[in-house]
Design a protein around this ligand. Structure first.
Ligand code: ACM
Length: 512
């Protein structure tokens, strides 16, 4: 996740086509062709439009999802948008009455008199609403009342995801991001049907979660950040607030405690965790690979057990991420010993590790997260374990877009939008059976990232590209069509105040 050697440029040199195409007025209608990720099937009904008006109400079989939609519509339209107690004849209904497809499938029907989202499970209703949001004019995402009108194009969309795991990762260790910043990112990623937020909660530069049995982790280990920037940590209540906020948006939080390397903040907090009993100083630089938990000490396993126990107790999701990457200060034998024992201390959760974990003995259910830059890694391909695809040369949102990008790094490549989009998670890693691929994740490491504006600049528009790889069938993959869908997001990000990168590969509408 840090400074490495080769700079591999994937970027195509683009000739800067910066003059944007014809302006889309802020109140322009959206269309079935502008939804990201592209739906499995979308059939517009020409000439039919539903108008959201002062008499539109919302009914939902899942109150949280109905409330989120109604709140958004109230904010932007100024209409009352009441919650109906039965499905309205003229209005929006979110119904658990079934949809063709699996657990996350939905069907969206828009007629002149009503909008209906139907689904098998609450997740499907949430996704149907995210599609509906993208069919509304961009101004519907405004935080303040806008003049309207509010047309929704008529037709039917039937949709479900390609992969069950569609993730984003935020490194809150190199720089700390308060709850509001995490929630803001959750709002943004869930619009693109991302369903996992992996939080990298500990690293050499900071420990970001209160652990009652080891209080100095947060109070001391969390006190700083890269460059000596202010530190911070989440209280248990704050962490649970993030978990609940994510759950309302159908996002599972996966907490990561990185080990046995990337542990300087813990080693600095407790001298006894060090083999020599001496605590190192806090670290605010950006090197990697210099720290290791003490594999031969029993206290190390008490520590891991108690930390993971407290974390598991406040994490309703099924996974704990144990890191396991870049343990260059741990011998290969010690690494195996440590990761094998640590996997048994996950308190009933399924373990995820960075793909280095295949150098230990991954449990049958352990999942490897592939972060390499190469399309070849036989140890991962042959491990017989499920894999999350995060190839750094495609999905690492902290890589620069081009040499002039003011933020980010280049060790895994220069990643323009097209590079982030043009690959196939099922075939990227040579020899890995497609059936082993659980999905995709776009990590954002934050050595150079300090604010929400920085997060947004690096994530948008690449995060939606990865989201489409995770959701849409491979048969729909088409760069040219994607560029026009993506361009349609620009005015929406503009009204949402998302500080996105105006890639010259995309013809953004004027004024966005
Ligand atoms: C990583 O980037 N070291 C997972």
């Amino acid at each position: 996740m840090r400074i490495r050697f080769a700079i591999v440029s994937l970027a195509l040199v683009t000739c800067g086509i910066s003059a944007p195409a014809q302006a889309a007025p802020a109140q322009a209608a959206s269309s079935f062709a502008s939804v990201v990720p592209v739906p499995v099937s979308a059939a517009p009904t020409s000439g039919v439009t539903y108008q959201i008006t002062a008499s539109t109400s919302v009914y939902s079989d899942v109150p949280t999802t109905g409330n989120l939609l109604a709140q958004q519509l109230r904010r932007a339209t100024g209409y009352p948008v009441p919650i109906a107690s039965t499905p309205p004849a003229d209005g929006i209904s979110l119904r658990l009455t079934g949809a063709p497809g699996g657990e996350e499938a939905y069907q969206l029907d828009v007629t002149a008199s009503a909008i209906t989202v139907s689904a098998n499970q609450p997740a499907g209703l949430f996704y149907g609403v995210q599609t509906l949001r993208q069919l509304l004019p961009p101004a519907a995402d405004s935080p303040t009342v806008q003049p309207g009108p509010w047309p929704v194009p008529g037709g039917r969309i039937v949709d479900q995801p390609r992969y069950a795991y569609r993730g984003a990762m935020l490194d809150v260790a190199r720089h700390f991001f308060p709850v509001a910043a995490v929630e803001r990112y959750l709002d943004q990623i869930s619009l693109y049907k991302i369903n996992v937020l992996h939080l990298h909660l500990s690293d050499d530069q900071g420990w970001r979660i209160v652990i009652d049995s080891w209080p100095r982790l947060a109070t001391y280990g969390g006190s700083t950040a890269v460059g000596g920037d202010p530190g911070g940590s989440y209280t248990k209540a704050q962490y649970q607030e993030i978990v609940a906020y994510a759950a309302a948006r159908n996002v599972t939080i996966i907490p990561e405690i990185d080990m046995p390397g990337h542990t300087n903040a813990a080693l600095a907090s407790y001298a006894d965790l060090n083999c020599d009993g001496v605590a190192p100083p806090l670290y605010t630089g950006t090197d990697v690979g210099f720290s290791s938990l003490c594999v031969s000490k029993e206290l190390t396993y008490t520590f891991v057990d108690q930390v993971l126990g407290e974390l598991a107790a406040m994490t309703p999701g099924p996974y704990l991420h144990l890191g396991g990457d870049e343990a260059s200060s741990t011998s290969a034998t010690d690494y195996r010993t440590f990761m094998n024992r640590a996997q048994d201390l996950a308190h009933g959760k399924t373990v995820i590790g960075w793909h280095d974990i295949v150098n230990a003995t991954p449990l049958p259910a352990t999942i490897a997260q592939y972060w390499g830059t190469s399309t070849r890694n036989t140890a991962v391909a042959n491990a017989g374990r499920k894999v999350i695809m995060s190839p750094a040369s495609r999905t690492y949102l902290d890589m620069k877009y081009n040499r002039k990008t003011p933020l980010g790094q280049t060790w895994a490549g220069i990643i323009e939008v097209r590079d982030a989009y043009n690959w196939n998670p099922a075939t990227f890693l040579s020899g890995l059976p497609a059936s082993q691929v659980m999905g995709v994740e776009a990590p954002l490491w934050t050595e150079t990232i300090r604010t929400s504006a920085d997060i947004e600049y690096m994530a948008f528009p690449r995060l939606p590209a990865i989201a489409e790889l995770g959701w849409s069938p491979q048969s729909t993959h088409d760069w040219t069509a994607f560029t026009s869908r993506l361009a349609a997001q620009g005015p929406r990000w503009h009204v949402m105040g998302v500080n996105y990168y105006h890639s010259t590969q995309i013809s953004w509408p004027a004024g966005s």
